[in-house]
Design a protein around this ligand. Structure first.
Ligand code: UDP
Ligand code: MG
Length: 321
């Protein structure tokens, strides 16, 4: 495929007016030094300060500077999604707007995609310049969990500074708050040459962070959803049917056990407590009911998956006609 530029830099932002001028000057100096044919796409995610005005000023007289402005705040994933759709560079780089990520890292990341053949190069904030207690520590735990579940060995899955081969960003759908797991989305779309590069990280110079501690809870739930979708998304009955069957079997064995115990005691003429007096009876009841519910959920999910847009979405690499 032909791309009209070498490089697209996508910058999602929410209320970062003080940083934009400095950031663009920095990017320009690196780009000119390296001689890239590039574009910068600012995506204003519903800022309420002067960010959009600033972007309009910065883009004047320079067609390489582009912008998208949302009518309201939709979140970083939505901003990236729209930036990705617009990007026409062979390599696509994403970067935060707050001057925490350094444009100096871009040339090496670009080289790793073009020359070393990687699909995704993810930044790794080795010496993170954020609050130790609220960000660095939970982030370590969170990344360890993400590594386990996704099978991708990255130290810093959620780093804002990343580089992609263009096909990657055109073949993934970043929605909700899934921007935290783009390498996982890429892997699920069949792009498995994923690596990381240690990057410099600066303290936030202006404004304040847009994400709090809730990111770790939500992030974990999103990770579970993604895992479920990637494993069973196209065959939900394999999950619900299997666990339903298991529950049903457990309930069934308990029921048989209860009946046999009752009959044996009766045959021997021994008085035995009523079936409904036994804890096992209630356990059996719950197990059978859970089994039925799981099965029904499976059927419903199969119907949803049958009507879903994704049901025949497969990522074709090449064809010979
Ligand atoms: N951001 C955005 N939409 C949002 C929240 C954040 O576009 O709803 C942008 C923000 O302006 C910044 C980047 O996402 O450019 C990373 O956000 P932030 O610096 O607050 O995250 P942190 O560095 O604290 O993890
Ligand atoms: Mg930041």
């Amino acid at each position: 495929m032909e791309y009209s530029k070498d490089l697209s830099i996508i910058i999602p932002l929410l209320n970062e007016e003080e940083s934009l001028g400095e950031l663009l000057a920095w990017i320009r100096s690196v780009m000119n030094r390296e001689g890239y044919d590039y574009e910068v796409i600012f995506v204003d995610d519903g800022s309420t300060d002067g960010s959009w005005k600033k972007i309009q000023e910065l883009s004047e007289g320079d067609p390489r500077i582009k912008g998208i402005s949302f009518r309201r705040n939709y979140g970083k994933s939505a901003a990236l999604y729209h930036g990705f759709a617009k990007a026409c560079g062979k390599v696509v780089v994403t970067m935060d707007a707050d001057l925490q990520d350094s444009p100096e890292e871009v040339p090496e990341m670009y080289r790793m995609i073009v020359e070393d053949g990687y699909d995704v190069v993810s930044g790794w904030k080795q010496h993170r310049q954020d609050n130790k207690l609220t960000k660095n520590l939970p982030s370590k735990l969170y990344n360890a969990t993400a590594r386990k579940i996704t099978g991708i060995k990255l130290h810093d899955m959620n780093c804002g500074l990343k580089a992609y081969r263009n096909e990657v960003v055109k073949n993934i759908e970043v929605y909700g708050e899934m921007h935290r797991y783009i390498p996982y989305l890429a892997k699920n779309a069949g792009f498995d040459k994923i690596t990381e590069k240690p990057v410099h990280h600066q303290k936030r110079k202006y404004g304040k962070s847009k994400f709090g501690l809730e990111r770790f809870v939500n992030g974990f739930l999103d990770l579970l959803s993604l895992w479920f979708l990637s494993t069973f998304g196209k065959k939900p009955m394999h999950f619900f049917g299997f666990s339903g069957l298991l529950m049903f079997l457990v309930g069934f064995i308990m029921t048989i056990w209860i009946i046999i115990a009752k009959l044996v005691h009766q045959a021997q003429g021994i008085r035995y407590r009523a079936v409904t007096d036994q804890p096992l009876f209630y356990l059996a009841l719950v197990a059978v009911m859970l089994g039925v519910i799981l099965f029904l959920s499976g059927f419903i999910c199969e119907m949803i998956s049958r009507t879903s847009q994704d049901r025949n979405k497969y990522n074709v690499k090449e064809t010979i006609d």
